[in-house]
Design a protein around this ligand. Structure first.
Ligand SMILES: [Zn+2]
Ligand SMILES: [Zn+2]
Length: 810
């Protein structure tokens, strides 16, 4: 018999055709294999059992970097011709192939790198069909050498022979090269002058001497320093304008990781029947050594061997293993942990073009370890946590982009979703494929906006997708919203921020809802004009109803309160103890601001946060006393992030922060893991004029519990734990009530606050004990980096309901 086998997915540029060729030879089949715009096509002729065996292997034993999405088998007429051939790629006709993500150096290439007899011994660009650069060097499709940044490196005869031999590991490996024909490494000064000697050896010597070296990686430049040298790391912080946010480390191997971090998983918080996720259980070591090679956030061993400035006051370290041959050579030469952080200053996007890197990082780095293979598009390092054996993505970029997320339902028309503002990504989607951009950065400055718009143009060209529908956040001031509304000739759809979060979790799990969605994060624009961020929604992809939320408090000073958590402490104290808590007119017994007796008789005056901020307290108290009259100077918020900020300030952990989430992370870190009890929190129902009850979770009850424990001299670690468990229990109670009321059995968790593993564990366990099925993020981040996927899913669902597009969601 002869069968036509069509294979779809990530099947080009990953060694698929040689794999099929080898199978055909093994099973004694005749026929052909080739690439076309839809993927790979195979014609296999021979005995039925042999053809079936080939199809089985194609389905289940594909090469490591391949992702087989679909295999279709159709019988065709036998031709009787002998032999099995790899045929030329069919001319590209505007179809859609999937570009593979960049992959870490494979074991076979690593062995060559370390083999003095190999012609690629110590050659920093060794790669094959199983590894090396992909997405970051592709300039256009079809994925072929002339359409990569390797176009300027003609193959030498030896490399060409490998490239053309179907039996070779390098058959059609587009970036294949060697010292005779490929890119060349160099070490240069910030002025661009060559530094003589072996570039790797000289860079290692510079690092050992306390220098800072910019290193060109796969998706951009990194800044490196000796992680054991406090002076070097502190210098890097000062030059990069990054006072506190932890730096990632690159370590030579797993043994080095195990000396610094715990590789074994922390024990579950409770033995509850935790039913989230399915399969997907990667060991930490597996994640660290896999081809995607992300930064993995791991619990740090006490003591450790790295400088304090690497991760000030943090008990988690972000570590990764070498993923390019250059990294292997350098870490081998240096022999100690390296700080390896994105090559940027402050919050700008990662530098990836050589001239730009010299200009932007010239004042930070003492030297540049660089080369002449251009990076076409940037891709930062991906970051994951491991939660109970399952990967939880924190940042999705190199190693993942541009691999599509398969949508639960096909889209009627192509969609561009512009994301939010912080941790910006965009998503271009068509049919069932959602192409999520790699992490871009905080969309607050010109450089990031340029990276955002440039990235969208590149994706549009690369995947040949012309969006008809453009989704954006409800927030009118986001640059992403303004960009979307400025695009000509498209329909635009505004998607509420937390609806997008829940839709993102649904799409991530291949589901459509309806579910109870719990979205806990920092900031999102609410349709009622307040700032949302502690939300219970009854949602499906097309719409949502706000079924509950954290009790709103004011944000005195607006966005200033995000950088100054003590202001949120003031707001919560005001709401908890001021007369306004039960009386919204705001002036009946207005609390007297001052250092001695704020909030009447409450045990608040002696609090450290009041004393420490005494000079600025009265102005903030006045804003709070003004209530609604303060207007935009003190908007209402139901944000969970701001509640964490308030408690962090109350405990004296952080009155101010230099990055969002810093205070909340400290609170999580401090919590005593042996404490299981939580503060009681009331969940009350408000009855709106029309419609169903809306539940309010009284965050002020948590603040009262904290203040009372502080008054009793209870340890902050115990208070931090009781706060977490109290909040988790209240969220579970509220979600269970909403689920019962709406007759739903599934709860989806999303939002950046669920990056807190203590809270995530407690909420997931509580929901499971309540008999609810829990959906967690698995492939895209639950923070704002995943919002664009949710927006795309919502826009598609609305588009499917013809006529709904163009109107705001219900
Ligand atoms: Zn390889
Ligand atoms: Zn060569």
């Amino acid at each position: 018999m002869r069968s036509l086998v069509r294979v779809r997915g990530v099947v080009q540029g990953v060694g698929f055709r040689p794999f099929v060729h080898a199978l055909a030879v093994r099973y004694g089949l005749a026929g052909l294999v080739g690439n076309d715009p839809g993927g790979v096509f195979i014609e296999a002729e021979g005995p039925v059992a042999a053809v079936s065996a080939l199809v089985e292997d194609v389905r289940h034993r594909a090469p490591a970097l391949a992702v087989v999405e679909r295999v279709e088998v159709t019988p065709i007429a036998p031709t009787g011709t002998a032999g099995f051939h790899i045929v030329p790629s069919l001319p590209y006709g505007g179809g859609r192939t999937l570009v593979p993500p960049d992959a870490a150096t494979c074991d076979a290439c690593l062995a060559e790198l370390n083999d003095p007899a190999d012609r690629r011994y110590r050659y920093p660009f060794v790669n094959c069909t199983g590894c090396g650069p992909r997405y970051t060097i592709v300039t256009a499709l079809p994925y072929d050498r002339p359409a990569t940044t390797m176009a300027g490196f003609p193959l030498c005869p030896a490399c060409r022979a490998e490239y053309e031999d179907p039996a070779d590991r390098r058959f059609h490996a587009q970036p294949v090269c060697c010292p005779a024909c490929g890119p060349v490494l160099s070490l240069v000064t910030p002025g661009g002058a060559a530094i003589p000697g072996d570039p790797v050896g000289a860079a290692a010597a510079l690092l050992a001497a306390g220098g800072i070296v910019a290193i060109k990686g796969l998706g951009g430049y990194h800044l490196a320093a000796d992680a054991t040298d406090e002076r070097a790391v502190a210098t890097l912080r000062a030059r990069k304008h990054r006072p506190h946010k932890p730096f990632a480390l690159m370590l030579p191997d797993l043994t080095a990781v195990s000396l610094l971090c715990h590789l074994d998983l922390p024990a579950p918080l409770t033995s509850g029947d935790h039913r989230s996720g399915d399969g997907f259980r990667d060991s930490v070591a597996g994640v660290l050594t896999g081809p995607r090679r992300p930064i993995v956030l791991l619990p740090r061993r006490p003591g450790g061997g790295v400088a304090p400035s690497v991760a000030p006051s943090d008990d988690v370290l972000g570590v990764m293993l070498p993923y390019t041959p250059l990294h292997h050579l350098l870490t081998g030469e240096v022999g100690r942990p390296l700080v390896l952080t994105s090559g940027n200053v402050a919050d700008e996007p990662i530098a990836h073009r050589d001239g730009d890197a010299l200009a932007r990082l010239g004042a930070v780095a003492d030297a540049f370890l660089t080369h002449d293979r251009p990076i076409h598009v940037p891709a930062d390092d991906s970051v994951v946590r491991v939660f109970r054996g399952t990967q939880v993505p924190v940042r999705r970029a190199r190693g993942h982009a541009p691999e599509p997320i398969t949508l639960p339902r096909p889209l009627p028309r192509p969609v561009l979703a512009c994301g939010a503002e912080l941790k910006s990504t965009f998503c271009l989607a068509t049919d069932r494929h959602a192409f999520l951009s790699p992490h871009i950065g905080d969309l607050e400055n010109y450089e990031t906006l340029r990276a955002f718009t440039g990235g969208i143009e590149h994706f549009r060209r690369l995947f040949g997708i012309d969006p008809a529908v453009v989704a954006h956040d409800l927030h009118p001031e986001y640059l992403s919203t303004k960009y979307a509304l400025g695009l000509p000739g498209v329909e635009t759809v505004a998607v509420q921020h937390h609806h997008a979060h829940i839709a993102s979790c649904l799409a991530d799990n291949g589901e459509t809802g309806p579910v109870v969605g719990i979205a806990l994060d920092g900031t999102g624009y609410g349709p009622d004009g307040t700032i949302w961020g502690g939300e219970l929604l009854v949602a499906d992809l097309a719409g949502f109803r706000r079924a509950g939320h954290l009790e709103p408090v004011r944000m005195p000073g607006g966005v200033t309160a995000i950088r100054q958590p003590w202001r949120m402490a003031a707001a919560y104290l005001h709401t908890a103890y001021g007369p306004a808590a039960d009386n919204d007119d705001g002036h009946s017994h207005g609390p007297t601001a001052g250092r001695h007796a704020p909030y009447g008789s409450a045990p608040v005056g002696g609090l450290g946060v009041v004393r420490r901020n005494a000079a600025r307290w009265p102005a903030v108290a006045a804003l709070l006393a003004a209530g609604p009259a303060a207007g935009a100077a003190a908007p209402l918020t139901s944000s969970a992030g701001r509640l964490f900020d308030a408690v962090s300030a109350l405990l004296g952990l952080h009155d101010t922060v230099t990055y969002e989430g810093q205070a909340a992370m400290e609170l999580e870190r401090r919590a005593d893991r042996t404490v299981r009890d939580g503060y009681p929190v009331s969940v009350t129902a408000t009855a709106p004029a029309a419609g169903e009850d809306v539940l309010v979770i009284r965050g002020t009850d948590l603040v009262r519990g904290v203040v009372e424990d502080l008054g009793r001299g209870v340890q902050p670690a115990v208070i931090a734990a009781r706060f977490h468990h109290g909040l988790a229990a209240a969220v579970v109670t509220a979600a269970a009530r909403v689920a019962a009321g709406a007759d739903l059995g599934t709860v989806a968790l999303s939002g950046g606050v669920f990056g807190n593993m203590l809270l995530l564990g407690a909420v997931a366990d509580g929901l499971a004990r309540a008999g609810l099925r829990v959906l967690l993020h698995r492939r895209v981040p639950g923070n704002d980096g995943g919002v664009s996927l949710g927006q795309a899913a919502v826009a598609g669902a609305l588009d499917a309901r013809r006529g709904a597009v163009g109107r705001p969601p219900p």
